[in-house]
Design a protein. Structure first.
Ligand SMILES: O=C(O)[C@H]1O[C@H](OP(=O)(O)OP(=O)(O)OC[C@H]2O[C@@H](n3ccc(=O)[nH]c3=O)[C@H](O)[C@@H]2O)[C@H](O)[C@@H](O)[C@@H]1O
Length: 408
């Protein structure tokens, strides 16, 4: 009897142990599934069938016979996220890449990426200097285009962290072009240059034919160098390359380091803002350009880009090389920007007006867009007042109504 009792207790314990093992295995499996999904797969998986199929699926256009496969660098950034969504919306396949650096609040970049993922866009978390990864990406997918928007932005920050500009805007750009020139077929490249290349040029409005050999900041110098680097890759390898000189882009989901964004934050917090003025009380002005207009220009540049002519690193014929201003053609003084924000926020700004320090800023920018108009059909339509209204609405929804912390 005792023996029987002992045996049944023994098998019950065994059963319990197996049950616990089963439950543990089940949760371990669930955990690993979570781990290798979404954000983690972006971060950890760089190769293997799962990664390959995520990338391939994301790159597939809705209509395989009539759509692009675009690799968007800086996809979690301001312009990158907007361009990625617009491409996906019209049926193109999009794969993003971003290093989620801490130049400004990375949680904003994560929130933009969540939006991209909801739209079916896979974003690889990696630096554009990772040549092995780029080579792998371009071998898994035959991208028709690379929209290169990853960069170290900001004019004044270049005095604080010059190395980050060399890393992203020079080494990173070269790494992208190296990967593109070696791909077979080579994708066409469209990339972000900047209005800052005009530097101390005083002839207005700025035309693509004007001199760009007097950059006022290291940021501008790296963008100008980028244009020359693009020339050499076009010349040697037959890469089709289009540079877009963006003029102070603003709008919803924008960059917290930019004046319109930080002024909004500080006005709401009743903190003082600093407004720079020029010599003899001269005003400082920018050709502020709304994000939707910039997106239209980017898409038109992709649509009109000719194919690269080279193959696997060898040039087979001359290829397209272009550069366009994408501005708004109507500069607005920074003081006027502040007045519009005050009206929209229904609050007075506390202002310090100071002489512009020697920080790399230029006094004004003003785009001549006739070339983009002619070749791309580019036609900006958003007045600063209207664009800022949309920005303020987004800002209040995103930060104030949802009580999100602003971590910058
Ligand atoms: O067009 C461009 O190429 C460049 O546009 C912007 O650069 P920036 O025009 O300097 O834009 P903000 O940093 O938003 O500054 C706008 C204006 O506000 C002024 N400002 C800025 C900050 C501040 O505290 N006070 C102030 O008066 C600046 O002097 C400037 O005139 C972007 O930050 C660059 O990344 C981009 O390449």
């Amino acid at each position: 009897m005792d023996k029987l009792h002992y045996r049944s207790r023994y098998s019950l314990t065994k059963l319990m142990i197996w049950f616990v093992i089963f439950v543990l295995c089940f949760y371990a499996f669930k955990l690993s599934a979570c781990y290798f999904s979404s954000e983690n797969s972006r971060r950890i998986l760089r190769s293997g069938t799962n990664w390959d199929s995520l990338v391939t699926l994301s790159a597939k256009p809705r209509d395989p016979n009539n759509g692009f496969s675009v690799l968007v660098t800086g996809a979690a950034g301001f312009v990158g996220s907007h361009v990625s969504l617009a491409l996906k919306k019209r049926g193109d396949g999009v794969v993003g890449i971003d290093n989620f650096n801490k130049y400004y609040d990375p949680s904003l970049k994560r929130a933009r990426t969540d939006m991209l993922e909801r739209a079916g866009i896979f974003v690889v978390e990696a630096d554009i200097n990772d040549s092995e990864l780029l080579e792998r990406l371009l071998s898994v997918v035959q991208f028709s285009h690379v929209m290169h928007l990853a960069a170290q932005a900001g004019v004044r920050y270049a005095m604080k962290n010059p190395a980050s500009y060399v890393h992203s805007n020079l080494a990173g750009l070269i790494n992208i072009l190296e990967a593109c020139k070696s791909a077979n077929p080579q994708p066409a490249v469209v990339w972000a240059s900047s209005s800052s290349v005009y530097g101390l040029n005083s002839k207005v409005p700025f035309s693509e034919k004007d001199r760009t050999d007097q950059p006022a900041s290291l940021y501008a110098a790296t963008k100008k160098a980028g244009e020359e680097i693009a020339h050499s890759y076009n010349h040697i390898y037959g890469l089709s390359i289009t540079g877009l000189r963006f003029f102070t882009v603003y709008g919803p989901w924008g960059r917290p380091d930019m004046a319109y964004f930080s002024f909004t934050k500080d006005i709401l917090k009743r903190k003082k803002i600093t407004i720079f003025k020029g010599p003899n009380n001269g005003y400082v002005a920018r050709d502020f350009t709304y994000i939707d207009d910039i997106v239209s220009g980017c898409l038109a540049a992709l649509d009109t880009a000719e194919k690269s002519t080279g193959s696997g690193g060898k040039k087979l014929g001359p290829a397209q090389l272009r550069v366009f201003n994408l501005g708004n053609t109507s500069p607005v003084p920074v003081t006027e920007l502040v007045s519009i924000l005050e009206k929209l926020l229904k609050m007075k700004a506390r202002k310090d007006v100071l002489p512009m320090p020697s920080n790399g800023d230029v006094m004004f920018t003003h785009a001549n867009i006739s070339s983009a108009q002619r070749e791309l059909g580019y036609k900006p339509t958003t007045e600063l007042k209207v664009g800022l209204m949309k920005f303020v609405k987004w800002y209040l929804d995103y930060y104030v109504h949802s009580k999100k912390n602003i971590a910058w």
